[in-house]
Design a protein. Structure first.
Length: 313
């Protein structure tokens, strides 16, 4: 996937492989593999710094992933309408070009930072780091990161966030968890969007879609909703957010943090299996408990935290 298609090199990290960059030259003849491994390592370290900075400000970061057109921005708009006065929210938007989605969020009176990735099919930790510098984290409870529309590569990259939410829309078909297992294995929550179309698109079987998810050994809750047609259907999603925010605050109080589940493919670049840990940063799907270690952020703050994943029921 990302180790072969070349999308590891993004506008956020390309300075590392330019002439004079930290990884412009490799020590062995296996240049391509070595460069990609180094870039993934750099991403992981930057992600840890991002997460430490978010934790220091009490922010819960949620990464939204899906194919294009599944309704991520519509979900955010409906979420802002529902709890925008209850919780302080900001959004980082990722798209190849345009500020269309960011403008929709700003129209709700909410800060939105647009990241234009150019040809990169996913966000990475370096891009998110730059966006964090443009946000007042003291004034944020939940930071949503709307990743680039893509059912493959976004699941490989730790951005420094805490939870992954994957959207599956009814028009896409109920077999997507089976066809794109990497993305759905990475999910802490799966939202079945555009559920109001179920009576019309009767070839979509919600039970079958969830069965495919369970075949991946995923315990992620599977929640149908309609962001534009049925405000009441947002209830379980909003409750999940409130619960996650409360759990994030409890973790911070005890000096720990949470990492998202990542797909196993990243570990292959390190020559390990899905559970391989490199430098204290895990790449495998699962619930890894890691020893605390200090992260020095660019702002000069040092945070010694446990990074772990809580089992999702």
């Amino acid at each position: 996937m990302c180790q072969t298609c070349g999308c590891n090199v993004t506008p956020g990290n390309e300075h590392l492989v330019r002439p004079g960059g930290k990884h412009a030259e490799t020590a062995s003849g296996h240049a391509a593999v070595e460069v990609l491994t180094n870039l993934l390592d750099e991403n992981d370290h930057q992600a840890a710094h991002n997460r430490a900075h978010l934790d220091a400000h009490g922010v819960l970061a949620v990464n939204l992933m899906s194919s294009p057109g599944s309704g991520k921005t519509s979900l955010l708009e409906a979420t802002l309408d529902a709890i925008g006065r209850e919780l302080r929210i900001a959004v980082i938007e990722g798209d190849l070009e345009t500020e269309n989605d960011a403008e929709r969020i700003r129209a709700k009176g909410v800060t939105a930072i647009q990241i234009a990735t150019g040809s990169a099919c996913h966000l990475d930790a370096h891009m998110v780091h730059e966006a964090l510098h443009r946000l007042d984290l003291e004034g944020i409870d939940i930071l949503f990161i709307e990743n680039v529309g893509n059912l493959v590569c976004p699941a490989s990259f730790d951005l420094g966030h805490h939870r992954n939410v994957t959207l599956l829309s009814v028009p896409e078909g109920d077999d997507k968890p089976a066809k794109y297992p990497v993305m759905f294995r990475a999910a802490d929550l799966v939202l079945l969007t555009k559920a109001d179309l179920l009576p019309v698109l009767d070839d979509f079987d919600a039970a079958r879609a969830e069965a495919y998810l369970r075949q991946l050994a995923s315990p992620a809750p599977f929640v149908p909703l309609s962001a534009r047609r049925d405000a009441a259907s947002l209830g379980p999603w909003l409750d999940w957010l409130r619960t996650e925010l409360n759990e994030q605050r409890a973790r911070i109080a005890e000096g720990s943090t949470a990492r998202p589940a990542l797909q196993p493919d990243g570990a292959l670049l390190h020559g390990g299996d899905a559970g391989h840990e490199h430098g204290g940063h895990g790449h495998g799907h699962g619930h890894n408990h890691e020893p605390g270690h200090g992260h020095r952020h660019a702002h000069g703050h040092v945070h010694a935290l446990h990074e772990h994943d809580d089992a999702r029921a």
